[in-house]
Design a protein around this ligand. Structure first.
Ligand code: DX5
Ligand code: ZN
Length: 235
């Protein structure tokens, strides 16, 4: 397998395969690539940290074999340290674990780096900026959740936007680039507000694979909305 190709788009769309047909992930990947997806988001749930159960390393490995786009692995699991190596070996590029799962988060980030992967910090909607801020220097990506983790197709929580702005401002002051990703309820109606609050990576489950005409058309519509509502100056 050739190495993954990171996107240089200032705004990146990451289809979440949780909303795709699980019996035909290969078609779901192709359709999203065709529509210009920048990377894929894979939701790992353990039935303990969250009430739902989804994918393990075997699915990540199978997806890795079918696409050269980067894979963002969103670990909604207790004790992520037990599984970092397995998801790194399966081919995840970013391994994001939850602040609320606890443990030594800085040591976990170092462990991900030692595995040659990018550490990501995922944050539930009810977690305060003050808890996130001191951890930022350790990570390559922050995933701010705008729904409670567990299920796709939930309603976007606009009351998280002030925290998103705080994270954006802190990252703009940081010495090195850190990606800011928004996860949950992103649709053509909400993506502009998330972008204006500072998100640059957008996880899209239902709005790519659920509603709308096709993943290709849905991705184009999301991109067009971003360009219209939150144009970014290219420096
Ligand atoms: C929810 C997951 C999300 C989910 C997003 O716990 O973390 O990534 O797939 O789905 P939508 O975009 O439908 O809210
Ligand atoms: Zn997710």
């Amino acid at each position: 397998m050739e190495p993954t190709r990171p996107s240089r788009n200032p705004y990146q769309l990451l289809p979440s395969i949780l909303s795709a047909d699980p019996t035909d992930l290969a078609s779901a990947l192709r359709a999203a690539e065709d529509g210009g997806a920048d990377a894929f988001h894979i939701d790992v749930m353990d039935g303990h940290f969250v009430p739902n159960i989804t994918f393990g390393p075997a699915v990540v490995k199978a997806v890795r074999a079918r696409t050269r786009l980067p894979l963002d692995i969103h670990l909604m699991i207790s004790e992520p340290s037990k599984y970092l190596k397995a998801f790194a070996q399966a081919g995840g590029d970013t391994l994001a674990f939850h602040l609320e799962a606890g443990g030594d988060l800085r040591a976990l980030a170092r462990e991900v780096r030692a595995l040659g992967r990018r550490p990501g910090l995922a944050v539930r909607p009810d977690t305060k900026f003050a808890e996130v801020e001191p951890l930022l220097p350790e990570f390559d990506e922050v995933v701010v959740m705008t729904v409670m983790p567990g299920f796709s197709g939930q309603k976007f929580m606009a009351d998280v936007l002030p925290k998103m702005r705080q994270v954006r401002e802190a990252l703009d002051r940081a010495a090195r680039p850190v990606d800011l990703s928004v996860d949950g309820g992103i649709t053509p109606e909400t993506i502009g507000a998330a972008a204006k609050a500072g998100a640059r990576l957008f996880v899209c489950g239902n709005s790519v694979y659920g509603d709308g005409p096709s993943p290709q058309e849905n991705l184009r519509a999301l991109r067009a909305t971003l360009a219209r509502e939150a144009p970014l100056e290219v420096r």
